[in-house]
Design a protein around this ligand. Structure first.
Ligand code: ZN
Length: 386
């Protein structure tokens, strides 16, 4: 290949990224379809496809008749088994370590031993990874990185957990510690951002350029894709809707202020409030069941939580005009008073012009959601780097 100048390299890089994105969004595409979808010239598509075929990143599917003048059509497809990624979620919820393929599908789950300190996490992750590889007969050489979703404030560029209230960690260089122990590249990300990246590359937001992902967990998190880019803000903490003030005279929040959204709608706060009211609900499904069976207290707690969340989400819609709001239910509320109140509050607090144009989706998360999302960060970074 002739030497390339800088502009040729940039062109190749942008053509390559466009091809990867198109192949992630579609099961298989021909070279001419790739050119049509990406707007990249047929010559550049041929060059990129050749490079990917040589690396084994894509495969050619057996040709089918039906092209112009009866010429066979050869389709290209990402080879999902080309590489694997490890996903971990760091926070208070107990989640497994997962191994995913290149298309974000989980190949193996492995329970992670309990940990409190960074070194305990490193040890637990090492043990779980070895077991997972052994059980699924995945060679270590197929692993290309580890993604970690952290419940807290993260400096993704430096791989540092700035603060996690859940673990009481401050300025922990999580990526460096894990990379050193497990000999793999490691990327960390705030958990809400990780879920948004997972939805964007492998989930229901693949075709969306603008969307907000809201996590209904022990605390409320959110992340935003704006014009196909994850929006981080100047210091990486964009999307902290959990600390929007809803009631200035409300309950004291972990952040030191009063009446944040987290203190009204976070799973933690709801559990505490239910306990204080004498309800023995250990999880949010239980609280919804109390409401379903006529408990006025449970209904009031869930309604006020949903109202507050809908109010904050309506503000997000006014600020960013997303095509879709994706609520990810980690606490297990299910379809009940809470979701209904969120929908009603959104409708009451949103301008009419946004109502018909903003899709609202609720998804039930399983325990693998956060680690699977974390692995998608590693897959995304890997695909960007090749
Ligand atoms: Zn707060």
């Amino acid at each position: 290949m002739p030497p390339r100048d800088q502009s040729q390299k940039l062109l190749f890089r942008s053509a390559r990224n466009a091809v990867i994105t198109a192949l992630l969004r579609n099961e298989a595409l021909s070279r001419s379809e790739l050119s049509e979808i990406t707007g990249v010239s047929p010559a550049a598509i041929t060059e990129v496809a050749q490079a990917f075929l040589q690396r084994g990143l894509i495969v050619e599917l057996p040709s089918q008749a039906g092209g112009r003048r009866g010429r066979p059509i050869v389709q290209l497809k990402l080879d999902a088994s080309h590489s694997c990624f490890v996903g971990l979620s760091v926070g208070e919820a107990k989640t497994p370590l997962v191994i995913t393929d290149l298309r974000g599908r989980v190949l193996q789950h492995q329970p992670l031993a309990a940990y409190k300190t960074p070194s305990e996490l490193t040890e637990a992750a090492g043990e779980a990874l070895s077991k997972a590889l052994r059980t699924a007969s995945i060679p270590r050489s197929r692993l290309h990185g580890i993604g970690i979703a952290v419940s807290g404030i993260v400096n993704a560029g430096e791989g540092i957990c700035r603060y996690s209230a859940a673990l009481n960690w401050k300025d922990v260089p999580v990526a460096r510690l894990l990379a050193k122990a497990l000999h793999l590249p490691v990327w960390i990300e705030n958990d809400a951002n990780a879920v948004a990246v997972g939805e964007k590359f492998f989930g229901r937001a693949r075709s969306l350029k603008h969307f907000s992902s809201i996590i209904l967990g022990p605390a409320i998190g959110s992340a935003h894709y704006i014009n196909d880019m994850l929006y981080r803000g100047h210091d990486g903490s964009a999307g902290e809707i959990g600390h929007i003030t809803i009631d200035p005279k409300g309950v004291l929040c972990r952040c030191g202020r009063r009446g944040c959204l987290d203190t009204i709608a976070g799973g933690h706060a709801l559990r505490d409030a239910a306990k204080a009211a004498g309800l023995s609900a250990t999880n949010m499904r239980g609280l919804e069941d109390f409401a379903l069976h006529g408990s006025a207290v449970a209904s009031r707690l869930l309604r006020s939580a949903g109202n507050a969340l809908g109010f904050a989400a309506a503000s997000l819609v006014h600020l960013n005009s997303p095509q879709c709001l994706i609520f990810t239910d980690i606490e297990g509320f299910g379809n009940g008073v809470f979701r209904t109140a969120i929908r009603q509050s959104l409708e009451n607090n949103i301008m009419a012009r946004f109502l018909g144009s903003t899709q609202v989706v609720f998804t039930d998360a399983d325990t693998a959601l956060l680690p699977r999302s974390a692995a998608s960060i590693a897959a995304f970074e890997y695909l960007n780097s090749i």
